[in-house]
Design a protein around this ligand. Structure first.
Ligand SMILES: Nc1ncnc2c1ncn2[C@@H]1O[C@H](COP(=O)(O)OP(=O)(O)OP(=O)(O)O)[C@@H](O)[C@H]1O
Length: 291
């Protein structure tokens, strides 16, 4: 059996901003090298909190109350800031939600792509430029010279996201955390970007944690899925199995509601209110506000 690359064990956290309300409740999941796992759930389910914990970016107002995050043999929650800095941006990287805000508007793409290569891989300016051109070609950017010379506002949203995908894979990381990477893009571009992430992941055999609201996206690109509600794992397993034989009534209702279950305007069946009641009882949320 392959050793897991990542193993989250009984992770619990509370929000200090919100009267110590539980944000994560005993969350466990494992990820093998090269596995693509979807983290799915409605707003407030705790997906981003898990992503931030993996990236060493938990806000001061979220307090971990128990559990471990083992990355290979290291416990990410208890590493020195220096060891964390060595891992983040190198072994674990991020594809962010909004390519617009993730890039520095005042610097050309070349400077933003080559900084890491020069600093972390010790390349000269000329070597880093060549490497950046290669990286852009890998994410199917046709005129990499022009893109390197551009400022972010001169590129489309899809192009900016390609640049960030190139940057995320540039260091040959073991794990990429993709935090709703297509939410800010047009539907047609979304499809291309999903395909690209999957291609890059396969070519490099990188493990990916893919945060999304969208079960349709999970079905398209994730090998495995963990479904969260109010910080609790409700269902998990191989994507094909969960989608065809879901065990929990909530999962069944989400699948029936269609890929965009989070958008009532899509005109699909909403999740019946009774199921939320059942979830709240199971999770032991009596007395907590729903939010
Ligand atoms: N900076 C913060 N400080 C304290 N609590 C927070 C903070 N950010 C989020 N929370 C709380 O953590 C809970 C989970 O939020 P989180 O952002 O992880 O959910 P999510 O599933 O990613 O939702 P979304 O899809 O809306 O991003 C929420 O109840 C929220 O109130």
């Amino acid at each position: 059996m392959t050793e897991p690359l990542l193993s989250i064990e009984a992770l619990s956290a509370v929000s200090l901003r919100d009267r110590n309300r539980p944000v994560l409740r005993d969350v466990s999941l494992t990820l093998k090298p090269g596995e693509v796992r979807g983290l799915v759930g409605e707003s407030g389910a705790g997906k981003s909190t898990i992503a931030k914990a993996l990236l060493g970016m938990l806000p001061a107002t979220v307090k971990v109350t128990g559990g471990w995050i083992r990355f290979e043999s290291r416990d990410l929650l208890r590493l020195s800031p220096r060891s964390l800095r060595e891992i983040m941006g190198n072994e674990i990287t991020l594809i962010p939600q909004d390519p617009q805000t993730a890039l520095n508007p005042g610097r050309r793409i070349e400077a933003q792509l080559t900084d890491g290569l020069r600093l972390k891989r010790g390349m000269t300016k000329a070597q880093a430029r060549l490497e950046a051109l290669k990286m852009l070609a890998e994410v199917h950017i046709r005129d990499p010279e022009r893109v390197l010379g551009s400022y972010p506002h001169e590129l489309s949203g899809g192009m900016r996201q390609r640049v960030l995908i190139a940057a995320a894979f540039a260091m040959k990381p073991k794990l990429v955390v993709a935090d709703e990477p297509t939410t800010a893009l047009d539907v047609t571009v979304q499809k291309q970007i999903l395909r690209l992430i999957r291609q890059m992941q396969k070519a490099n055999d990188t493990a990916v944690i893919f945060v999304t609201h969208d079960l349709g996206v999970v079905a398209q690109i994730c090998d495995t899925v963990t479904l969260l509600y109010a910080g609790r794992v409700i269902e998990e397993g191989a994507t094909a199995e969960v989608m065809t034989t879901p065990r929990h009534a909530y999962t069944r209702a989400l699948i029936a509601a269609g890929p965009r279950y989070d958008r009532p305007d899509a005109g699909l069946e909403p999740v019946p209110e009774a199921i939320f009641g059942q979830l709240r009882t199971e999770i032991g949320m009596a007395g907590e506000d729903r939010g």
